[in-house]
Write a protein that binds this ligand. Structure first.
Ligand code: KG4
Ligand code: ZN
Length: 347
């Protein structure tokens, strides 16, 4: 199965055999394109995807030593994501499927992220709690064998990855923000600033990150701005922010496991690459007696392996789409608006 992923600023293609075995994985990152702007510029992302898409797909075939005719299907992210970005991968996938007479499979981006955890850990089987932490999403799901993932709680405002990106910009640490904040935080004191722990007292399984982001802004202003701060001060603020952001993820994950009476959690999405989150979640798992699965970092951030693997499962159930398939920028997990009759739904 060939997978194509282009929902944000990565153009990726990968080939997976039997739903599990990774034959190739190519990711063309646009870091240099967006770096000068400190964030993803949607129009530039689409334009760079158009440039990269055929080369990335060809490379995936070459690395796997396969010809187009040897594939069983083409799986592509149909949403959610940036509309222009999605359309590039989708149009290319449709053209390939048409040319080779292959089934076309539409994959939900977050369902793809969740499958990445099962790919990396063969012993991970539903039911489990899935925590999706990325630049666009922060949500807890109950993943079960019989049904689509059920939403347990989600962010009421910013996504945690978005908070990392904004704090990075605020502290002048650059783009992409997650790894930059995390690296800077290594030399800081996580107890230097007592940032609020979002939703700590509220109960429930939701998240909130905009208050924490504002608290960081106020702290930087209180210290006279980044120009007036030493490297050590900036590292202290970065470390204190990271600790607060991670604390809230770990606490809400623990609550979800207790509420659902489950003993397994999979943490996926770009922020799952964060070392402090990996350490703290594993430590809580050891204390509270639950097991924790993290995909390796290259399967946490956007990639096409997860799309090919999720697509293989859908195709095994006979789920594929017509060449009228379109992209959707907002889609709750478990929903497939591309299944709606032509002319209904869409954006
Ligand atoms: O899953 P992903 O690649 O794309 C989306 O679907 O959003 O996630 C990207 C997000 C960005 O916000 C990025 O800053 C964050 O994941 N991220 C990290 C780390 N690596 C990536 N956040 C914290 N620590 C990291 N090491
Ligand atoms: Zn993603």
């Amino acid at each position: 199965m060939l997978g194509i992923e282009s929902s944000c600023d990565e153009m990726a293609a990968a080939i997976v055999r039997g739903g599990r075995e990774i034959l190739s994985s190519v990711v063309a990152s646009q870091t240099l394109v967006h770096q000068p702007y400190g964030g993803v510029v949607p129009e530039l992302a689409s334009r760079d995807h158009v440039r990269a898409v055929s080369g990335v797909a060809e490379r995936a075939l070459e690395d796997a030593g396969l010809k187009l005719e040897e594939l069983v299907g083409v799986a592509v992210t149909a949403g959610p994501g940036l509309m222009g970005s999605l359309l590039v991968g989708l149009s290319f996938a449709k053209a390939l499927a048409y040319r080779a007479g292959l089934p076309l499979v539409a994959v939900h981006h977050l369902a793809g992220h969740l499958v990445a955890a099962e790919l990396a850990d063969a012993s991970l089987r539903p039911p489990y709690v899935g925590l999706v932490v990325s630049g666009g999403h922060t949500a807890l799901y109950r993943v079960s064998e019989e049904a689509e993932p059920a939403l347990l709680g989600q962010t009421r405002d910013d996504a945690v990855g978005e908070a990392f990106d904004k704090v990075s910009k605020l502290l002048g640490l650059g783009f992409p923000g997650g790894p930059a904040v995390s690296q800077c935080a290594e030399s800081g004191d996580p107890k230097a600033v007592d940032f609020p722990r979002p939703m700590e007292r509220k109960g429930g399984l939701d998240f909130s990150y905009s208050g924490l982001k504002t608290a960081v802004l106020l702290e930087v202003e209180r210290r006279g701005g980044t120009d007036a701060m030493s490297q050590a001060d900036i590292a202290d603020v970065a470390a204190s922010f990271e600790a607060a952001a991670v604390d809230s993820l770990v606490r809400q994950a623990g609550r979800a496991l207790r509420r659902e009476s489950l003993g397994r959690i999979a943490v996926v999405g770009g922020v799952a690459a964060n070392n402090l989150l990996r350490e703290r979640m594993r430590a809580k798992g050891e204390r509270d007696g639950f097991s924790v699965a993290f995909p390796p970092p290259d399967l946490c951030t956007d990639n096409a392996v997860m799309i090919a693997a999720a697509g293989a499962r859908l195709l095994a159930r006979g789920e594929c789409e017509s060449l009228e398939l379109s992209a959707f920028s907002r889609v709750p997990v478990g929903e497939a608006p591309w299944r709606a009759p032509v002319g209904v739904g869409g954006e």
